[in-house]
Every structure is written in structure tokens, then in C-alpha cells.
Design a protein around this ligand. Structure first.
Ligand code: UDP
Length: 363
């Protein structure tokens, strides 16, 4: 009667912790160990209501193909030994795909949280993972109606799709600190509300190529000449900066270790400008009504291109980031009054209610 919740990376933990909490003692949390760094994981789950991990398999640090193959093999074995009523996967990582394949191989109902997102950029492995998982899911939980329409256009039967909202709304209502608490935190870091930019960079397409990473570092350094830039450095990015001898190019940027979601959300909510190649940060920026420059060519969240965020595309990061900072006052004023594309209700509770309806368990 348990429900497996497969997690492997930081965004999956943030977006599934509240689903796992809503499942209560029926949640069987399985951690694939895909994350790049153990401390990164510990900082993240420390802030979240994630039930204890029931099964831990270790697939970290291999190539994409090896990760998917190894995790699929181990997860399949696990599901045979410990059958569950359903497997829940989230998003677009290699762990997501492996969880989906293992569910499929064992005939276990498969639930995909954050289904229906598409960037139409097949050069990103995340896009292939999304496409494949949606094809074989028994229940596609999509954040907004546009994602459902997209799945139907691709031939996914309407009765396999449910618009459940965005589980980040649960994380935000639980973790974003109240103003007083946030101001104490900001004061401790020497930051003022609205008076700094917050940046993250970790996508392989940005950090594994020296020229791209150098251009981004130059852009952040240029922005840092106008405003304090705080950059929690993903361990993968830190390693690449050192390997490419680019660490000094970030002159003036305040690089710090990654922080837990509670602190990160507090910083996001208070930042004048956000700069990131993250998927989750796009949704958080929107829900927190903060301006964001997306350090990518495409987004799987096109609903945000209508004024919420700007795509860097092929432009020079220096010019785009300087202009973005100049535009912050008018941009922020516009975001304050826009209707949100995402609902703010509890998506996690809706997802669990839908799982219970489709695959009831005696309580
Ligand atoms: N995040 C965090 N600490 C950080 C940077 C990000 O807790 O230093 C959180 C952030 O709030 C968001 C999630 O991590 O919920 C995004 O994860 P990431 O950018 O690693 O993955 P992506 O969303 O791009 O797949």
C-alpha cells in the first residue's frame, strides 16, 4: 500500500517533499543519489518536511547513460522486492526517467509530477527525459492548463492528465520567512531588501563549455560593478571554474556555498534582480514577483516569457544584465500587478487525492 517517491536531486527534493508529507506514512522515499554532492543534498533536505529515506541506491557521478541504466536496474529490483501501489517521479532528471522505466518494467502505476513542460530544445537531455516519462505515465500531473493542452496535442489521453498546480506553491507558503525574520537574515549578510542581485548557474550547457562560462562570468562581474551580486556556487560550477581557470573572472561577485531552500527563498524574495539558468528559480521568481534573467536560449515554461522573465538567448550577458538592472524599477512595478499564471493552492494535496482516487488503498 506504500507509494514510492523517487528523488535524486535538489529540485526533486524541494518539489516532492510536500507530496511525500501529504502521503504521510504511506510515502516510501527512494533516493537515487544522483546529486553531485552529498553536502548539497543534506542542506536541502534539512529544511524540508521530507520523511526519512526508506531506500538509498547510489548512482551518482556516472555518465547520463550509465546513471539511467544503473538506476533503472536497481529501482526495478527494489520494486520487485518491495511492491508499491504507485511510483511518483518529478520533473526531468535522469532519476525521473529511471524511476519511470522501473515502474513500467514492473507494471507499477506511474505518476509524473510537473508533466507537460516542453522547451522544444531537444539538445537538452532534460527535454528528452520529460518527453519519455510523459509517454509512459499513467497519471500526468500538470501545473497549468497549457501543459495539459500540450500533452493532448502529443496524443496523451485526456483521462491520464490532471491539472494539479505547482508543488512549489506548497514550499513557498511553508518556507518563505516573514518580513521580520527575513530582515534579520539579510542584515546578518550585510544585504538590503531590493539592493542586491541573486544568481545561480549550473546547467551543463552553461558550465561545461569554457567560452560560455567565461562570458557568463564576465556578465556577472559587470553586474557586480553596479550592485552586490550574491552567487551561491553549485559544486559542479565551482569545479568547472577552477578547471577552466576562470575563478578570477568573477571579480567582485560574492560567491558563497549553496544555501538551504529556506535561506535561498528568503534571498530570492528580497533580491532586486534574479539571474539564473535554473528551472525551479523561474517558477519561484514568478510566484515571488521578482524580475529574472534566464541564462538560457529556451524555456520549458513559455508562460513566463510574457513579461515575467527575459531569456538571455545568444545576446552578450554584459549588456543584458546591465540593462536588466537599469529596468528593475519599472519591471518590478509591472510584476506587482500581473495575474499569476500559477495557482497558489496546495498542489501536493491535490496530487495525493488524485492518486488515492485512482489507486485506492484500504486505510
Ligand atoms: N536552491 C537552494 N539553494 C541554492 C540554490 C537553489 O535551495 O543555493 C533551490 C531553489 O529554491 C529551487 C531549487 O533549488 O527550489 C532549484 O534547483 P536547481 O536550480 O538545482 O535545479 P533546476 O530547477 O534547474 O532543475
Amino acid at each position: 500500500s506504500g507509494t514510492a517517491v523517487v528523488v535524486g536531486t535538489r529540485p526533486e527534493a524541494v518539489k516532492l517533499a510536500y507530496v511525500a508529507r501529504a502521503l504521510g506514512d504511506r510515502a516510501v522515499v527512494v533516493h537515487t543519489g544522483q546529486h553531485y554532492d552529498a553536502t548539497l543534498w543534506a542542506d536541502v533536505v534539512g529544511d524540508l518536511p521530507m520523511p526519512p529515506i526508506a531506500h538509498h541506491i547510489a548512482v551518482g557521478g556516472r555518465s547520463r547513460g550509465e546513471q539511467i541504466g544503473r538506476a533503472t536496474e536497481l529501482l526495478t529490483r527494489l520494486l520487485i522486492e518491495h511492491p508499491v501501489r504507485a511510483v511518483v517521479v518529478q520533473g526531468d532528471t535522469n532519476s525521473t526517467l529511471a524511476g519511470a522505466l522501473a515502474a513500467n518494467a514492473t507494471g507499477t502505476p506511474l505518476v509524473h509530477v510537473e508533466a507537460g513542460l516542453r522547451s522544444d530544445d531537444r539538445s537538452m537531455p532534460e527535454e528528452s527525459n520529460r518527453l519519455l516519462v510523459d509517454r509512459i505515465s499513467d497519471l500526468c500531473c500538470v501545473p497549468i492548463a497549457a501543459n495539459a493542452a500540450r500533452l493532448e496535442r502529443e496524443g496523451v489521453a485526456a483521462d491520464r492528465i490532471e491539472v494539479t498546480g505547482n508543488t512549489l506553491a506548497d514550499a513557498l507558503s511553508d518556507l518563505v520567512p516573514r518580513t521580520g525574520e527575513a530582515d534579520t537574515l539579510l542584515g546578518g549578510l550585510g544585504l538590503e531588501r531590493g539592493g542586491f542581485a541573486l544568481a545561480t548557474v549550473h546547467r551543463a550547457s552553461n558550465v561545461d563549455d569554457r567560452r560560455t562560462l567565461a562570458a557568463l562570468a564576465d556578465g556577472l562581474a559587470a553586474l557586480a560593478r553596479r550592485v552586490t551580486v550574491v552567487l551561491p556556487l553549485h559544486p559542479h560550477t565551482r569545479a568547472r571554474l577552477a578547471e577552466f581557470d576562470l575563478t578570477d573572472r568573477l571579480a567582485g561577485v560574492r560567491t558563497v556555498d549553496p544555501v538551504g531552500p529556506r535561506q535561498f527563498l528568503a534571498l530570492e524574495a528580497a533580491a532586486g534582480l534574479l539571474v539564473s539558468d535554473s528551472g525551479g528559480v523561474q517558477e519561484e521568481a514568478c510566484l515571488l514577483r521578482r524580475p529574472l534573467v534566464v541564462l538560457r536560449n529556451s524555456t520549458e515554461r513559455p508562460e513566463l516569457l510574457d513579461g515575467w522573465c527575459r531569456l538571455l538567448g545568444d545576446a552578450d550577458p554584459v549588456g543584458v544584465l546591465e540593462q536588466a538592472w537599469a529596468d528593475v524599477p519599472s519591471w518590478t512595478a509591472d510584476l506587482a500587478v500581473r495575474p499569476l499564471p500559477y495557482g497558489t493552492d496546495s498542489a501536493s494535496a491535490r496530487i495525493v487525492a488524485e492518486i488515492d482516487r485512482r489507486w485506492p488503498v484500504p486505510r
